[in-house]
Design a protein around this ligand. Structure first.
Ligand code: SIN
Length: 521
């Protein structure tokens, strides 16, 4: 078995992973950066709305909005870090160093937009392609940095720990310690061991364990599942945020309709054209996402219609194509001209507020294992995330974790062990079964563990998923590992973890909404 040794193994090359790689390399560390696909094939690339750049952090207003969106459950220390450190992270890396093309006014000043739950215009953006503008600039810099070795198409299978993966029997009595991961290189059937002083989980969220999601394909909670298998502490997994507005068309794919459209004046209306948010929240269509998603769900259940609509009547028609080019083009491809037609929308799984528990320097409960970005949970989002905090959190968590790792590695005495060799089983997994099992996981989660949950639905979900996990574990034991099998194994595990967390929490809060059996809507 090939063994590759490095200072930092970063699993996932979205904004969090790529920004960490840049910071760690700058601090003199050797970095291996794994990505499932090409340089911008990541969830961050699909973020439309923007990134918070709060020019008045001392006012306390942003902290207040984050706490309010979270239904007063967010961790104040994590909120403070984001509010105080976020502006510098955006300025130093994105504006000053990389010169990301954020939209500007005629006088050259940055243009600010607004999204749900925000009391002020404090979000900068690059039309409705903000994630792409940011990630492509960061990924370009990564490619120009020789100290960062990219492994494109490489899939992390399992973490290596002293308790599970060495031949020294005494190692298991040491504190739970991570020293890298087994990785399947692109196009290979033979895993390699990547042995690292620091292993960083930056695999994004878990939206694709649900049938309908805004996430990049393959985002199924890889980090959460791997961390669970080695015994890391996980937290808040019941809080899966549903984005209220995803395009709905009978035979069309679901794609994000950025909340910034509502920030600029679009209004949610029912099939009769009546706004239904005014009576429900003082911010109406710009209420926090959990409230809007549930209101849409209820409206659809009451009307029997498959969607609600976004009425863009208050926006300047002539500006729509320029300001929201991706929404404009994609809607047009599916027969909706947003200059004249309302957009049919439904909610879809969007963001995992919970994840692998970390402190404010990315440390998990397992020594030398970090988590950053959406994979991690510092408690910043509590039960429901405020819009446009996610890209910002990627930057701040990457920066503080890389800095702490550089300090740690400089003082480190930990001698990297030899991993026990991987043994490949003889059989091939049947792709039809693998594909079908993933559908089963996604449908089960959508129907029984989605926007509105009940104890009975969760019990049903758990039974189905436990049985599926048994089957999937047997594939995994008997068959050669493939990227599809890794995805399925992690998806079913992440799904069970979400269901388990939801079952243990009888209190509706933020994105976790649970009803008793008699009143299920
Ligand atoms: C959006 O543009 O609506 C998504 C932004 C976010 O999730 O923060």
């Amino acid at each position: 078995m090939e063994i590759i040794r490095t200072d930092c193994l970063v699993i996932g090359a979205g904004l969090a992973g790529a920004a960490y790689a840049l910071q760690a390399e700058k601090a003199g560390l050797d970095v291996q950066l794994l990505s499932l696909g090409g340089p911008t094939d990541a969830n961050s690339d699909w973020a439309q709305g923007g990134i918070i750049y709060d020019t008045d952090p001392g006012s306390g207003l942003l902290a207040k909005d984050i706490l309010e969106a979270s239904d007063h459950t967010a961790n104040p220390a994590a909120v403070r870090q984001l509010v105080e450190e976020g502006p510098k992270a955006v300025h130093d890396l994105l504006i000053d160093d990389l010169g990301v093309g954020f939209d500007r006014l005629a006088d050259g000043e940055l243009e600010f937009t607004r999204e749900g739950g925000h009391s002020a215009r404090r979000i900068i953006h690059s039309r409705d392609l903000t994630g792409h503008a940011i990630l492509s600039a960061v990924a370009r810099r990564v490619q120009e940095t020789p100290g960062i070795k990219r492994q494109e198409g490489a899939v992390a299978i399992d973490l290596l720990t002293l308790s599970h993966n060495t031949d020294n029997a005494i190692d298991r009595y040491l504190p739970l310690t991570c020293f890298g991961a087994f990785v399947l290189p692109a196009g290979s059937t033979e895993p390699v061991a990547m042995v690292a002083r620091k292993t960083v989980l930056a695999t994004g969220g878990l939206g694709h364990i649900f049938q309908h999601s805004t996430n990049f394909p393959g985002t199924v909670g890889h980090g959460v599942a791997m961390a669970y298998r080695v015994g890391a502490r996980l937290i808040d997994l019941e809080y899966v945020q549903f984005h209220p507005t995803v395009f709905y068309g009978k035979n069309a794919p679901r794609f994000l309709i950025t909340e910034a459209i509502r920030g600029e004046g679009a209004v949610l209306v029912n099939v009769e054209g009546n706004p239904f948010m005014d009576a429900l929240h003082p911010r109406a269509s710009l209420a926090p996402r959990d409230i809007v998603s549930r209101a849409i769900h209820k409206e659809m259940a009451t009307s029997g219609e498959p969607c609600v609509y976004l009425d863009l009547g208050a926006l300047d028609k002539n500006n729509l194509k320029g300001r929201f080019p991706s929404v404009f083009e994609r809607c047009l491809e599916h027969g909706v001209d947003i200059r004249h037609d309302p957009i049919p929308v439904v909610p879809a799984a969007h963001y995992s507020c919970g994840g692998v528990h970390t402190n404010l320097e990315g440390r998990t409960s397992v020594l030398h294992l970090n988590a950053i970005g959406e994979t991690a949970c510092t408690g910043l989002h509590g039960a429901n995330r405020l819009a446009s905090t996610s890209l910002l959190e990627c930057l701040t968590s990457a920066k503080f974790t890389a800095q702490a790792d550089a300090r740690d590695i400089a003082a480190m005495e930990f001698k990297l062990p030899e991993p026990r060799a991987w043994e490949s089983p003889p059989l091939e997994a049947d792709p039809t079964l693998v594909g079908q099992d993933l559908n089963l996981v996604q449908q089960t989660m959508w129907n029984y563990a989605g926007i509105v949950r009940s104890p009975r639905r969760l019990t049903r979900a758990r039974r189905i998923l436990m049985e599926a996990r048994e089957e999937i574990q047997s594939f995994y034991r008997d068959c050669r590992v493939t990227p599809e099998l890794v995805e399925l194994r992690n998806a079913v595990q992440a799904a069970l973890l979400v269901v388990h967390a939801a079952s243990l929490n009888p209190r509706s809060k933020g994105a976790h909404y649970i009803v008793d059996e008699e009143r299920q809507n």
